[in-house]
Design a protein around this ligand. Structure first.
Ligand code: 5GP
Length: 186
């Protein structure tokens, strides 16, 4: 992969603007604040793609809450395909037993990663576990999992920005966009 100097030049289309994302994150934060009032909320985010979403969402939730971070990687996928085999690179740093856990995800594509994570986290005996994903790509779903809070449903395209990468690049774009084919091919 070439080292990209002009990130914007590689973007074919902006799917979600910075303003659209900010508006949706505020809306999700309000819903979550209302739904979890008086409860013991722990937000668990999955590095690295969910980092900007987690940082923005937590500041839109008006409840006392804890955060924790996990990092997973899938074995053997290609640059734009998930393999479904998940390896935990970083586990939770505190117990979640008895707590209400909200798993904060960047995107649900096949659902394989989420399916694995939910089963793994349920094994730690939380009081409840729900999912909040900024993006949902239902066209490629292989496992049906209820997503309790969804930001945007998007078409079947490989997207980058607002945390999402291609080859670890483009995470710092403030919008969500689709890359030009040339950016994949080089
Ligand atoms: P799943 O297991 O649901 O197929 O995929 C989950 C992970 O694959 C996401 O957390 C994300 O890291 C990656 N992923 C899936 N679709 C996309 C996409 O369109 N763009 C990027 N950058 N990553 C994706």
């Amino acid at each position: 992969m070439k080292v990209t100097q002009d990130l914007l030049a590689d973007v074919a289309e902006v799917l979600l603007t910075e303003e659209q994302i900010a508006g949706k994150v505020a809306e999700l934060g309000q819903r979550i604040s209302a739904d979890y009032a008086g409860r013991e909320l722990t937000l668990v985010s999955v590095l690295k793609g969910s980092l900007p979403f987690m940082a923005d969402l937590m500041r839109r939730i008006s409840l006392p809450l804890r955060i924790d971070l996990m990092e997973v990687s899938s074995y053997g996928g290609t640059g734009t395909e998930s393999s479904g085999l998940v390896r935990i690179l970083k586990d939770l740093s505190a117990p979640i037993e008895g707590r209400d856990v909200l798993l904060v995800e960047d995107i649900i594509d096949t659902g394989l990663t989420l399916n694995y994570l939910i089963r793994y986290l349920k094994g730690k005996n939380p009081r409840s576990i729900k999912v909040c994903s900024l993006l949902d790509k239902p066209a490629r779903r292989l496992v049906e999992i209820p997503i309790d809070y969804v930001g945007f449903e998007i078409p079947d395209a490989f997207v980058v920005g607002y945390g999402l990468d291609f080859g670890e690049v483009y995470r710092n774009l403030r919008f969500v966009g689709v890359l030009r084919p040339e950016a994949y091919e080089s």
